[in-house]
Design a protein around this ligand. Structure first.
Ligand code: RIB
Ligand code: CA
Length: 319
């Protein structure tokens, strides 16, 4: 472990924006990626796991342990987002057949092993439903001291996207989210408040494609596919929700952050899964979340292009 690298564990439900978030993470050698795990969300677990193996193969990742995680939420019924990501969870360009396999441990067990082995506390970076993270906290409470914090994509203090009140990742497993938000761990939340502003437009897709090479071509194709759903809703670009959780670790200066006390609604006919932010201290509670509220979009786009260019043989990266 080099002294100035940030040890992290990636957990997600790839997912086009998960995939691009992982392209970004593996392009930054300042991040010491200890392991990657999957959760069901955008697609069932078998699909998100196959997608992870294909993404890792595309990026040339060989020696990092990969694990499959929860196939369903703690309490509620499983639902997926085929309308957004396609039946595979990562429809669009054909990806290489996996050249890497699973490490033999489940996601929670792999996280516990990596936390136990790490010389310093590890940042957890979940960008799907929080089922695996909650499971880790419940099964291994003694390892909480080895968790530096959580940089997550999920929630929305001002809006939802799957219901008027709730964002998809939180709504899939509100009970898991409540466990994480009440854990006392330092949480940086990339909610819809910022991620809806972290979009790439078709001219940005062209900048990515113009980098050239396999990774750039596939990322541009992912962007084109992901934009199809959003274009029908009137978006001017593809919002790369999950990538913001990575930006919080590598270039937080392009983000605007507010400290807020946030609770997760697990009941309610209309508001289950809502992340309720106390902006004015009405609850009299100490803020438990660094909520990202804005992003310098031009700088964000430059980061994505810079990351993709590193796979062109143009720069140092993790993989
Ligand atoms: O609401 C957006 C989130 O749900 C993103 O993480 C996307 O990948 C989906 O999981
Ligand atoms: Ca995701």
């Amino acid at each position: 472990m080099s002294k100035d690298r940030t040890p992290i564990i990636l957990d997600g439900d790839p997912g086009h924006d998960d995939a691009i978030a992982w392209v970004l993470a593996f392009a930054w050698p300042e991040l010491e990626i200890l392991g990657v795990s999957t959760v069901s969300g955008n697609a069932p677990i078998a699909r998100t796991t196959r997608n992870m193996l294909q993404i890792m193969t595309l990026l040339g990742v060989r020696d990092i342990p990969l694990a499959q995680g929860a196939q369903r939420p703690i309490v509620g019924e499983m639902f997926t987002a085929a309308s957004v990501h396609g039946d595979s969870g990562l429809d669009g360009p054909k990806l290489p057949e996996p050249k890497v396999g699973l490490c033999g441990l489940g996601a929670i067990e792999l996280m516990a092993k990596l936390l136990g082995e790490s010389a310093k506390p590890v940042m957890l970076v979940p960008i799907g439903p929080l089922t695996n993270i909650a499971g880790l906290l419940l099964a291994y409470p003694e390892l909480k001291a080895k968790i530096a914090g959580v940089s997550m994509m999920g929630g929305g203090l001002l809006m939802g996207n799957w219901t008027p009140a709730a964002e998809f990742n939180i709504l899939v497993d509100p009970e898991a989210a409540a466990i994480v938000f009440e854990s006392g761990l330092p949480i940086t939340m990339a909610g819809l408040d910022v991620t809806e502003k972290a979009y790439l437009r078709p001219d940005d897709f062209g900048r990515v494609r113009a980098v050239g090479g396999k990774v750039a071509t596939i990322v541009a194709d992912w962007l084109e596919y992901f934009y199809q759903f959003h274009k029908k809703l009137g978006y001017s670009g593809a919002p790369l929700h999950d990538a913001v959780a990575i930006v919080a670790l590598i270039q937080p200066e392009i983000l605007t952050i507010r400290e807020v006390y946030v609770q997760v609604e697990t009941q309610g006919e209309y508001c289950r899964g809502a992340t309720v932010g106390d902006f004015f201290g009405r609850a009299g509670r100490t803020p438990n979340v660094k909520a990202i509220m804005d992003v310098d979009r031009a700088a964000f786009v430059d980061l994505i292009v810079e990351a993709v260019a590193k796979y062109r043989g143009g720069g140092e990266r993790n993989a």
